[in-house]
Design a protein around this ligand. Structure first.
Ligand code: HEM
Length: 224
């Protein structure tokens, strides 16, 4: 599968297909969610929001049972490892997320999870669109959820800005391209660096089924 790329490195499988497709889906869906909310296309906003929620469910499950570099256990490291990495004391050329990148993934997934959860309860039924679980909470709670839903969006934007700044830093200072591997799934790594170990496809389909059931429960099963 891998072929020699230069004198010191080999092209090695790094990110599996589910990780890449879900990543680029977020890139498309987050601006779409902003645009639909700003232009009062709330039915579409909630449909896209539900798809994003389902993708988050798949990503979290894939982080437990997916390919080796997708797994949280492979990239969530303690504060010591992260500080050592930031001080340049560890080898950056390992397959998968470095400790700082790993925590940025957790922060982004966590904030998006919070945002979709708030969206489910948001809105005012006397004035505009309401999320599919809005009827389960009081008016006051829904109002708080709506306000937070507006605010958390800015926190997501701030994290995305940090993420983009890190990509530019790696490109310019460390001469390391992070975007190409997220497209092709491969990266040049020192010979002998262990690459991605794929998970069987049935596990991915099981994650999709669970995510579909969650979407179904939110829109019909829970509503009585
Ligand atoms: C990462 C995912 C999401 C993003 C980035 C997002 C973004 C936004 C933004 C920017 C607004 C406008 C807030 C304002 O004007 O103050 C909004 C409003 C809203 N969103 Fe989302 N949203 C997401 C997911 C969802 C989901 C999953 C649902 C429900 C299925 C949802 C339901 C709503 C509702 C009902 C409103 C109107 C709230 C109000 O009346 O103030 N959103 N969203």
């Amino acid at each position: 599968m891998s072929s020699p790329a230069d004198a010191t490195g080999v092209r090695t499988a790094l990110w599996d297909l589910p990780v890449r497709v879900i990543h680029w889906s977020f890139v498309v869906l987050i601006p779409a969610l902003w645009w639909t909310a700003e232009n009062d296309r709330m039915a579409l906003h909630m449909q896209i929001g539900t798809v994003l929620l389902q993708l988050l469910v798949i990503r979290v499950l894939w982080g437990c049972v997916g390919g080796s570099t997708a797994r949280f256990a492979a990239f969530v490291r303690g504060p010591g490892a992260m500080l050592a990495y930031l001080r340049g004391k560890t080898d950056a050329a390992a397959a998968g997320h470095n400790p700082a990148g790993g925590w940025s993934v957790i922060a982004l997934l966590g904030l998006m999870g919070l945002q979709v959860t708030l969206g489910l309860f948001s809105g005012d039924e006397d004035d505009g669109a309401v999320g599919p679980l809005n009827h389960l909470v009081s008016f006051r709670t829904a109002d708080r959820a709506s306000n937070l839903h507006g605010l958390v969006f800015y926190a997501i934007l701030a994290l995305i800005a940090l993420h983009l700044a890190a990509i530019v830093y790696y490109r310019v200072v460390r001469r390391d391209r992070l975007i190409t591997p997220m497209v092709t799934g491969k990266r040049v790594l020192p010979a002998g660096t262990p690459g991605l170990v794929h998970a069987p496809a049935w596990r991915f389909f099981a994650c999709v089924v669970v995510a579909w059931l969650v979407g179904w429960a939110i829109w019909s099963g829970v509503k009585v």
